[in-house]
Design a protein around this ligand. Structure first.
Ligand code: PBG
Length: 333
């Protein structure tokens, strides 16, 4: 009998051994938990396609923040559902806007909580696009105008910083948004506030449930003239490269699970922290399958998050954050 020359199973024999040689370890400090804040009072509405995720009005926000803290999460990402929408997304940049109010409220309740503000217009415009609409004078075809959108986005970012946001996370995919927002923040006295850029954001069907949660579905057309084609990865390098040049502090890839190669590509090519956004559709699929008893939710979630980290994500934005943090705590007990 010949013996195997290499015995990989030797290092898998006991739990302690496996733990000792484990290459990738998740930590709750790397998680960001998204929260949806809505106008009105006494609202806590579960999003039908995202069980366990709720829209909160400002007066109910404290119970969510307490739960986030209890779970051991130190960072939240805010999305707002405003009372009024218009063509230019005015409620995105008002000092009494829903995100601005929520930011101030959270910083008062929990000064150490990192508040990340999503800087986009789709939740605030009546047409649901991430920028301002321009009609082609010849064909009449509507599209999102880049440079006029930047002006509104800069105002939005400044108002979010004024309200106390610790990180500005622009997700609008206009060209030059990082440079414009960086200059705007610096001029307004917020040179210390980092920009977490949604650098590589694909035009993805995985955002479906989010658009219900944030009431931000485009009312006509789609986002393909500004979000990326899922087929492209070299273009992802160009997008990320622009953002680095323009002054981004972190680079995001979104969605995560179908784009692990893109996460890895960014990690290999840039030195900035890489963020993976484990988006709404990815969450909903796990929840639906788990509710049917077809998969083990806890194991599937932890394996997926581990995969994102192994692919190169330093930070993960996920609706599973509270659960995952609690499960990690249990494991270390
Ligand atoms: C805003 C924005 C979207 C998401 C995050 N920021 C929606 C979109 O681009 O349509 C999606 C997040 C998710 O699906 O969980 N532009």
């Amino acid at each position: 009998m010949t013996f195997p020359i290499e015995r990989h199973r030797r290092l898998r024999r006991t739990a302690a051994l496996r733990s000792m040689v484990r290459e990738t370890i998740l930590h709750p400090d790397e998680f960001i938990y998204p929260i949806f804040v809505t106008f009105g009072t006494n609202v806590k509405t579960e999003i039908a396609s995202m069980p366990g995720v709720f829209q909160y009005s400002l007066d109910r926000l404290e119970e969510e923040i307490k739960d986030v803290i209890d779970a051991g999460i130190r960072s939240v990402l805010l999305f707002g559902i405003p009372e009024h929408k218009d063509a230019v997304g005015t409620s995105a940049f008002e000092s009494e806007g829903i995100v601005q109010q929520a930011t101030r409220a959270i910083k008062k309740m929990a000064p150490d909580m990192l508040v990340v503000a999503d800087t986009c217009l789709c939740e605030f415009t009546d047409h649901g696009h991430c920028g301002l609409i321009h009609h082609d004078p010849v064909t009449g075809v509507a599209d999102v105008d880049n440079d006029s959108s930047l002006e509104v986005l800069v105002r939005t970012a400044i108002s979010q910083a004024e309200a106390g946001a610790d990180i500005i996370a622009p997700s609008n995919m206009m060209d030059g948004f990082v440079a414009a927002i960086r200059a705007g923040l610096d001029e307004a006295g917020y040179s210390h506030i980092p920009i977490m850029s949604y650098s590589v954001k694909y035009a993805s069907a995985f955002y479906g449930p989010f658009r219900e949660a944030a009431q931000s579905a485009p009312q006509f057309g789609d986002r393909k003239t500004y979000q990326m084609d899922p087929a492209n990865v070299r273009e992802a390098l160009r997008e990320a490269d622009s953002d680095v040049t323009e002054g981004a502090d972190m680079l995001m890839v979104k969605p995560a699970l179908a784009y692990m190669d893109v996460i890895k590509t960014l990690k290999d090519n840039f030195d900035l922290p890489v963020v993976a956004y484990n988006v709404s559709g990815e969450y909903s699929m796990v929840k639906a399958a788990a509710a049917s008893g077809w998969i083990d939710e806890r194991k599937i979630v932890m394996e997926s998050l581990l995969g994102m980290k192994r692919a190169g994500a330093d930070i993960i934005i996920t609706y599973h954050a509270k659960d995952a943090a609690r499960w990690l705590k249990e494991e270390t007990k």
